[in-house]
Each structure stands twice: as structure tokens, then as C-alpha cells.
Design a protein around this ligand. Structure first.
Ligand SMILES: [Ca+2]
Length: 264
């Protein structure tokens, strides 16, 4: 019987330590689904297109074809105006490799206008910290003209209205390079703490002029730390009570309290 009591006490102590450890920990969750596009689709994302209906698509490196199924050719006048850049495979609709893995998403319009890529998520009820990451590669084949050319990233409310601009290219600012993938990280703790329990979205937008600009995106994540609560169901408490573990734990504690005085 003494052995049985000891086992019960050990189980109770182990259970208690797991519970207290759980209560002290934080849980890290990514609020974005399919942020790597490795599903090979835009599942989880919604898009809007420019007037010609062009928008973000999944990219596996397949060159863009024109309506006749032939590789795009820049109009001769524009090609000569852009010089060597205009002759590059990228400007001509050639292969653009995914940023990482087998897929990313790309918007490489022929026509002018704005297209957006958005994903909505529910902010947890309690936010300890929030970090927003993405990798972008902007291709620009003309002179940058802000804001006629612009890549911007925003947080939107559930109606799609911008509540905070997180990033935007600007004359003299970071251009994200011509064809260089760049990872950007933003601390959005304050914003998400102010919107706990609400629906928000991250929105990527590219304002492009004919032929002159594209953007690739990959590895999009919204990592949020929340308190890791370990709620113990009522049935578990009843089970513990039924096994007499509380009694065993009390016995163990009484034994310990007595150890200091009397030799065993
Ligand atoms: Ca990817």
C-alpha cells in the first residue's frame, strides 16, 4: 500500500508541475495560413485586380504568355526606350523563379493600375507580442515615379479599410532592389493589442504602370504570442479527486513538513 501511495503522490506532483509549467508559458501561433504558397494555390488569400483584371497569381516560374500563347514581347518603342532592361527576360514575360520553395505569388501586369492580395485573420483575445514578416521582390523597368509606381503593405479592418500602412516604397527610400528578394519584419504588437478579438487583414498592393513594375511575395507570417492557458476540464478534476490524489499530495507535504524535526 505504501508503494501505491508513493506512486499516486508522484503522479500528482508530476501533474501539478505540468500544469504550473503550462501556465507560465506563452504559445506562439502564425495567424497567416498558406503564407509560403506551397499549397500551389492562393487558398486563404483574396485578390482584387486592375481594370484589365490582372492580379496576383501563384508562380512556379512558368513564363507569362500573351493571349496567343506566345512569350510576351515588349512593344518595340517601349523596348528601345527601356534599353537593356527592356530586353531582359523578366521584362519580356520570361521566367521569374519563386522566392523560396516551389511556389510564391506574383503580380506582373501588362496594364496600369492597382491589384491587391489580402488575408483576414482573427486577433487572439490576449496578445503578448506580434511580429509580421514577409519577403518581397520588386521588379522595376522604368524610372520610379511615386506614387504612380508603388508597392505598399497595410493592415486593414474587416471592411478592407486601411487602418495602418506598414510599408511603402518611396522616392529615395528602400526600393527593395531590382529583382532582389528582401525580407522585412515589423513589430505590430501595439496594433494587435488594440484590436484583440477583432478581425483584421494584411494587404499587399502594387500600383504599376504599363509593363514597368512587378512584385513577388513569399514567406508571409504573422507570429503572435499568447498566454498558453491549460484549462483542466471538470472531468479531470473529478478523476483526480476520485483517485485520492489530493489526499496523497497532502500526505506527501505533511511528511516533508515533518522531516526537518524527527529522524526517520
Ligand atoms: Ca514559397
Amino acid at each position: 500500500m505504501a508503494l501505491g501511495r508513493l506512486w499516486k503522490a508522484m503522479i500528482a506532483l508530476a501533474t501539478a508541475s505540468v500544469l504550473s509549467a503550462g501556465a507560465a508559458q506563452a504559445l506562439s501561433v502564425d495567424l497567416i495560413t498558406n503564407g509560403t504558397f506551397e499549397s500551389g494555390s492562393l487558398s486563404g488569400w483574396s485578390t482584387t485586380g486592375n481594370a484589365a483584371g490582372e492580379t496576383f497569381v501563384v508562380n512556379d516560374g512558368t513564363p507569362v504568355n500573351n493571349s496567343r500563347g506566345l512569350p510576351f514581347q515588349l512593344p518595340s518603342g517601349l523596348a528601345s526606350k527601356l534599353g537593356t532592361i527592356g530586353k531582359s527576360p523578366e521584362a519580356r514575360g520570361g521566367r521569374i523563379e519563386p522566392i523560396s520553395g516551389l511556389y510564391d505569388t506574383i503580380f506582373r501586369p501588362v496594364y496600369s493600375g492597382v491589384a491587391t492580395l489580402t488575408q483576414y485573420f482573427t486577433v487572439p483575445d490576449e496578445v503578448i507580442s506580434a511580429t509580421f514578416d514577409f519577403t518581397a521582390r520588386v521588379g522595376l523597368f522604368g524610372l520610379y515615379s511615386d506614387p504612380n509606381h508603388q508597392f505598399r503593405v497595410s493592415v486593414v479592418d474587416q471592411l478592407g479599410d486601411v487602418i495602418q500602412e506598414v510599408y511603402a516604397t518611396a522616392t529615395g527610400g528602400i526600393q527593395l532592389g531590382n529583382g532582389t528578394a528582401t525580407t522585412l519584419t515589423f513589430d505590430l504588437t501595439t496594433l494587435l493589442q488594440a484590436n484583440q478579438g477583432q478581425t483584421l487583414g494584411v494587404q499587399f498592393a502594387l500600383e504599376a504602370q504599363t509593363w514597368q513594375m512587378n512584385v513577388s511575395l513569399d514567406d508571409i507570417a504573422m507570429m503572435v504570442e499568447t498566454p498558453a492557458t491549460v484549462p483542466l476540464p471538470a472531468s479531470a478534476w473529478m478523476m483526480l479527486a476520485g483517485l485520492g490524489l489530493f489526499g496523497a499530495l497532502g500526505w506527501k507535504q505533511r511528511r516533508r513538513a515533518g522531516e526537518g524535526g524527527a529522524p526517520s
